[in-house]
Design a protein around this ligand. Structure first.
Ligand code: BJ8
Length: 419
């Protein structure tokens, strides 16, 4: 990474503390990623994107800001990127996957809380995340209690707009979500001074659909036996998707898929066990579970998570002549995301069963971030459904620390031997 200290300083970052973070990441990335064998050449772009995640990408974002663009941070895949882009703003995903931020998060939050929430709050209060420091506004949402209440703390540091996400999927809830999207449009128009027109919104719907299609293409390629890409590499692509320039991301992901399409023409049976991960999201640089599974000689072929299928499944229709029509289309697509914050949430179980078949998995690992109650409670229903289909399941509850890595490894090893 180049020298970006002046830029970080101008962003009001704590440079000393940030240096500590910057020192740890290359080592971890080298150990986990660069040690993999037979990686696709097109992953070089994603290696670069990760190496420059606090550098070149932030510089680009600053240039956009200098040209008058606003930067909007989000935490959940329910927030419609289409609206952010249609208002001429830049969107960045702020979910944080590093243990580094936990201690600072715990200064203002209870300790017995999901690490994802503690990490994003810690990233902001410690002034060590240049994405946070670049944001003109962040968009929260009423999903789990932890996030919902954490946004009240965030308000002390940065303007916050909250979208009230319904937690049921009745007809009236779809209408409520349409109203929330309309309020968000109004907020974005006020913030940017740009009118969101039908034409502009239709264009950004098409753009986001192209991004979803590129990710779907990547995931479809993973259905091959063996998968032409490791789960670790696919995870990195999904993680970069939340920060990268959208047009470039689409292009680079499609280039990767072109290379993978060549690979699958000459499959090399490897006999590896095929694993699905389902559960809570894995924000960068959370590679813990994938590296354990793949280090034991199995392959992760699909993630039913928000850094996986929930992010790109289902496109938004661009049919319609009015903003109301397009907002209805947006609401229809987003309300189809099956997060455990909804009740009931049968759709998620159907998705897991469908993916188990489509990706031909040998077993499923349920990934639950500690203290995430909605996903922890939903485990029972997933377990029952998989049992009925004789699909082996392992439950892993963990946080971002490495303390339990040895114990998880032992459990995954036993699971792989059993299936
Ligand atoms: S749509 S999964 S991104 S809310 S923060 S719920 S892990 S306790 S992230 Fe999420 Fe949107 Fe749902 Fe997806 Fe649990 Fe932690 Fe809450 Fe979390």
């Amino acid at each position: 990474m180049g020298d970006y200290r002046d830029m970080w300083k101008n962003l009001g970052m704590d440079l000393e503390k940030h240096d500590v973070l910057c020192e740890a990441l290359p080592q971890a990335f080298g150990d986990i990623y660069l040690s993999q064998e037979n990686r696709p050449d097109a992953m070089n772009y994603f290696n670069y994107a990760l190496a420059e995640v606090h550098g070149a990408r932030i510089q680009e974002i600053q240039e956009e800001k200098n040209n008058g663009k606003k930067v909007i941070g989000t935490f959940c895949v329910f927030v419609p990127d289409e609206v952010i882009l249609a208002a001429g703003a830049v969107g960045v995903g702020l979910c944080s996957g590093s243990q580094f931020w936990i201690a600072d998060g715990e200064k203002v939050l209870p300790r017995n809380l999901c690490p994802l929430v503690k990490a994003f709050v810690g990233a902001k209060v410690s002034r060590t995340c240049p994405y946070f420091q670049s944001c003109d506004m962040i968009v929260g949402e009423t999903t789990c209690d932890g996030k919902k209440k954490a946004y009240e703390i965030m308000e002390e540091y940065v303007p916050v707009h909250i979208m009230e996400l319904p937690q049921m999927k009745r007809e009236k809830n779809y209408e409520e979500w349409q109203d929330e999207i309309k309020l968000f449009i109004k907020k974005m128009e006020e913030l940017t001074g740009n009118k969101i027109t039908v034409e502009r919104l239709r264009e950004t719907i098409d753009l986001c659909n192209r991004k979803r299609r590129a990710l779907k293409r990547l995931y479809d390629l993973r259905k091959n036996i063996p998968s032409p890409i490791s789960g670790l590499d696919a995870l990195l692509v999904s993680q970069i998707a939340f920060m990268d320039d959208i047009e470039r991301f689409i292009e680079k992901t499609n280039e990767l898929c072109d290379e993978l399409e060549d690979r699958v023409k000459t499959p090399n049976a490897n006999g590896m066990k095929r694993i699905m991960i389902t559960g809570t999201p894995m924000a960068v640089p959370n590679w813990k579970l994938h590296s354990i599974i793949e280090g034991l000689g199995a392959e992760v072929v699909v993630e039913e998570t928000c850094t996986g299928t929930r992010y790109f499944e289902n496109e938004v229709s661009s049919e319609g002549d009015t903003i109301d029509d397009l907002v209805r289309n947006l609401a229809d697509r987003y309300m189809n995301i099956n997060c455990a914050c909804f009740t009931p949430n049968r759709g998620r179980i159907d998705d897991i069963l469908r993916y188990a078949e489509e990706y031909d998995v040998d077993g499923v690992i349920y990934y639950n971030l500690s203290f995430c109650h909605t996903y922890a409670i939903e485990y029972g229903k997933v377990e029952k459904a998989l049992k009925e289909k004789n699909i082996p399941l392992l439950n892993i509850e963990t946080d971002y620390s490495e303390e339990d890595a040895g114990q998880i490894k032992t459990r995954v090893e036993a699971f792989l031997e059993m299936i």
